[in-house]
Ligand binder design. Structure first.
Ligand SMILES: [Zn+2]
Length: 504
């Protein structure tokens, strides 16, 4: 029996959403059918996709170090993360603690192939979703240009008038003002949180404030009356390169909504935040060993571990653990920067090669079985919707004929709410059906991955996570890279790599 936890998330800004209870029920069913024992359930209710105040998610991540579970069951993979990159990174974190993530509704096979497949599926689904968003965005843009509410929960301190314009919600606006005032006067996040809790003041989601929610709030320029639409909040002060949108899609209208905070207070807060960011940044400079857990000594087979003789990438290297502990291996250390760049370059060329494309396309197209199952589900739902409609028609006929009692009324209400539910389920099933994993889509995705890599550490991490299974470093200066799709082991010379052009 494997010990598993369930993680469920309900996001209030989605149009159609499966309730926490339904998610948990499906996860339990999956666990029972697959030999998992549920030891704990985590759930975040009413989380908006834009803020990362997923307390229970964070708790689950930190609990994963304690070893009482080895699997996280999610209803669908989009419960686990808001995007593929975040998903990959969090999965790596869990994997380091021996914990894996499985989805109750989408079947993902185990093993290295499963990792690639999952990346492809998530990656393409993500493009598909952006495409869909693009379409709905056009309609909403018109509404946004009038500075009106475009859906979702309004920002803390605001309420929406019947004509969808914004008005100030006095009680919560006071919460916002107090937070700005306290921060401008030098209070720490903890002090602000304590004070808000003491007064019983809550976030827009009705939860207690946390550091993340305060951080987002203090940077939100809507509080000085600027109406914004489509503007992606930056994460931890850095601009999120994936989520950024072309400027013509961003609407920003100063004076578009009533201001809650004065310009003076806003400026004081931004100045202090800027200062804090600098002091924090100087402490940070943490070196990440991208090949950690994947790199091995070609001479003795021992794991190679990241070491640094200075607080900079330049002085960092990988060292054979056998050599370090027992001194029985004599493999020279390998410079971190050099080997990481070699492996990344080589992997980019590898995933762009025709051979790899063919393999991955085969693998993905095998997923058609899953699609067939979904088609059956869709047909079943359509049939039930038809039956439900028949029953509703019958009752309405009865009412017209003069038969009306409390029980017919109850029956009608029951059928109507069932109809709503069925329609939701159908929409859900159709949405899952929609991404087309065609040859072209897969190729385009691979090209995008290749083009994005090297631009940021996260992208590099993602590339290595998705495609590379192991790296062996040899004493003669060669490196062997083993990929997740198997049989692509190749030896390359570290020294040959500088400026090398086409390698296939
Ligand atoms: Zn060794």
């Amino acid at each position: 029996m494997k010990n598993a936890v369930i993680y469920a998330r309900y996001s209030s800004d989605a149009q159609k959403e499966t309730s926490i209870d339904d998610q948990i029920r499906d996860c339990k069913k999956f666990a029972a059918g697959n030999g998992y024992k549920i030891v704990h359930i985590y759930h975040d209710d009413c989380v908006t996709g834009k803020t990362d105040d997923r307390d229970q998610f964070q708790k689950m991540l930190s609990d994963s170090t304690k070893g009482f579970f080895d699997t996280v069951i999610v209803w669908k993979l989009d419960r686990f993360a808001r995007n593929r990159n975040e998903s990959a990174i969090n999965k790596v974190k869990l994997k380091k603690n021996g914990v894996k993530v499985v989805s109750a509704m989408e079947h993902i096979p185990d093993g290295p192939e499963g990792i690639i497949l999952e990346s492809v599926l998530e990656g393409i689904a993500e493009y598909y979703i952006y495409d869909l968003m693009e379409k709905t965005t056009r309609g909403r843009m018109g509404v946004a240009l009038q500075c009106k509410h475009t859906g979702g929960r309004p920002l803390l301190g605001y309420k929406v008038n019947p004509d969808r314009t914004y008005a100030i919600d006095e009680y919560n606006a006071e919460t916002v003002r107090q937070i700005f005032r306290m921060y401008a006067n030098g209070a720490s996040y903890s002090e602000i949180i304590d004070e808000m809790n003491r007064q019983g003041r809550k976030t827009a989601a009705g939860k207690s404030f946390g550091k993340n929610s305060l951080h987002e709030l203090l940077r939100n320029e809507r509080f000085i009356g600027i109406y914004t639409y489509n503007k992606i909040p930056s994460e931890n002060g850095k601009r999120n390169s994936h989520a950024s949108k072309p400027d013509d899609k961003i609407i920003r209208i100063p004076g578009g909504i009533p201001a809650i905070v004065s310009m003076d207070e806003w400026n004081a807060v931004q100045t202090r935040m800027q200062k804090n960011k600098h002091t924090q940044a100087s402490h940070k400079a943490k070196i990440e060993y991208l090949l950690s857990g994947k790199i091995f000594c070609g001479e003795c087979g021992g794991a190679m571990v990241g070491q640094s003789s200075g607080n900079h990438e330049k002085y960092s290297y990988y060292e054979c653990s056998t050599k370090k502990r027992l001194r029985t291996c004599h493999k020279s250390n390998v410079k971190k920067e050099t080997i990481e760049n070699v492996v990344i370059d080589y992997t980019i060329n590898y995933i762009l090669s025709e051979k790899f494309r063919e393999k991955i396309i085969d693998l993905v197209l095998q997923q058609d079985d899953e699609k067939q199952k979904n088609i059956q589900l869709i047909n079943g739902l359509k049939e039930r919707i038809r039956q439900n409609q028949n029953e509703i028609d019958n009752i309405i006929r009865a009412i017209k004929a003069g038969i009306f009692s409390q029980s017919t009324k109850n029956e009608l209400e029951k059928l109507e709410s069932e109809a709503e539910l069925l329609k939701d389920q159908l929409l859900e099933a159709e949405t899952m059906q929609s991404p087309e994993y065609t040859k072209e889509a897969i190729s385009a995705w691979l090209s995008k991955i290749a083009a994005r890599t090297k631009k940021s550490e996260n992208e590099n991490k993602y590339l290595l996570y998705s495609f590379v299974s192991a790296v062996y470093a040899y004493e003669d200066g060669t490196v062997k890279v083993v990929y997740n799709l198997g049989d692509s082991e190749q030896k390359i010379a570290l020294s040959d790599m500088n400026g090398a052009g086409d390698r296939t």
